[in-house]
Ligand binder design. Structure first.
Ligand SMILES: [Zn+2]
Length: 308
């Protein structure tokens, strides 16, 4: 199926996870420290690559405190209880609710060529998988969760699009059903950094499996799946292979570099900005106007258009 814009032979999309008013002094800078913090790297990348657009996934009300559970005794509880006891004491809901931080929303709007979409509601869950917000909930419970997250973003005044990336790419079937039924435009829910580059290859690492890894894929009810296949640890060769195969190069960035003591390999820092900046300039030099530098929303629209 063709999913590209007219005249283009491959595409590049860049997304960034974990935007929230949370600050470094609270354990992680999800953008809350403004231009004196992690946001300065994002601004530098956009300045150095002036044709680039980035989609940022926003946590409406983060209660996340890291993915290493501090209450390790939870694993000794009966299995039926593990899903109800918090592996780490979460932040009180409402503490970082986006509509309480108009100055942060203003800051997000001040960064040019950014688009925003939804990244869970709290980015947290009871049990030992503390950041995997979507696990065994019913489709109805997930719909309520998504409706609350959507409502917070809208109340905050943030301009956002109906796209979704689940925390840790964790995507149970009930989440896909809920997004399809609620009319979301796209879901970004698989990450695979290793599978050989072939246009018909399927994703087989984090998140949804058996979905296309190097091109968008139409699911039910107009929902389009967009894969992730590149990050800071990926080679330049992988990027060239994807472009030369006529695929979608989909780059993931994480806003925070150090998150509650954990160092993210794909967290923003000077090195990652240097790498992406030089890679994107080389892609443009090598392949000129044949690359479609786009966004997940445009990809979803174009994929649906071709499917009509
Ligand atoms: Zn996240």
């Amino acid at each position: 199926m063709n999913w590209l814009a007219p005249g283009k032979t491959a595409a590049v999309v860049v997304t960034l996870d974990d935007l929230a008013p949370h600050k470094k002094e609270d354990g992680a800078d999800f953008g809350g420290d403004g231009e004196s913090g992690q946001l300065r790297f994002l601004c530098r990348l956009l300045k150095e690559v002036p044709w680039l657009r980035i989609t940022g996934f926003v946590i409406p009300d983060t209660t996340f405190v890291g993915h290493n559970p501090t209450r390790r005794w939870v694993k000794y509880l009966p299995e039926s209880m593990q899903d109800r006891v918090w592996g780490s004491k979460p932040i009180r809901p409402g503490t970082y609710r986006l509509d309480k931080y108009p100055e942060f929303v203003w800051l997000l709007h001040s960064v040019l060529r950014m688009e925003y979409a939804l990244h869970g509601l709290h980015h947290a869950h009871p049990g030992l998988l503390t950041g995997h917000e979507y696990q065994l909930q019913s489709s109805w419970d997930i719909q309520r969760n998504l409706a609350e997250g959507s409502s917070i973003l809208t109340r905050s005044g943030l301009k956002w699009v109906r796209g979704f990336c689940p925390p840790y790419f964790a995507t149970p079937p009930n989440l896909v059903t809920a997004l399809e039924d609620m009319g979301f435009d796209y879901l970004m829910s698989s990450r695979d950094l290793f599978t050989e580059v072939r246009l018909d290859a399927k994703s087989n690492m984090s998140g949804l499996k058996d979905v296309d890894l190097y091109r968008p894929q139409l699911l039910r009810n107009g929902l389009v799946h967009i894969p992730t296949n590149f990050q800071a640890t990926s080679t330049r060769r992988r990027a060239f292979d994807i472009i030369e195969a006529g695929g979608l190069l989909s780059v993931k960035i994480h806003m925070s570099k150090i998150t509650f003591g954990y160092t993210a390999l794909d967290g923003l820092d000077d090195l990652y900005v240097n790498y992406l900046s030089s890679l994107f300039h080389e892609l443009r030099y090598r392949y000129s106007d044949s690359i479609w530098w786009t966004t997940p929303l445009e990809l979803a629209r174009q994929t649906r258009f071709h499917a009509c």
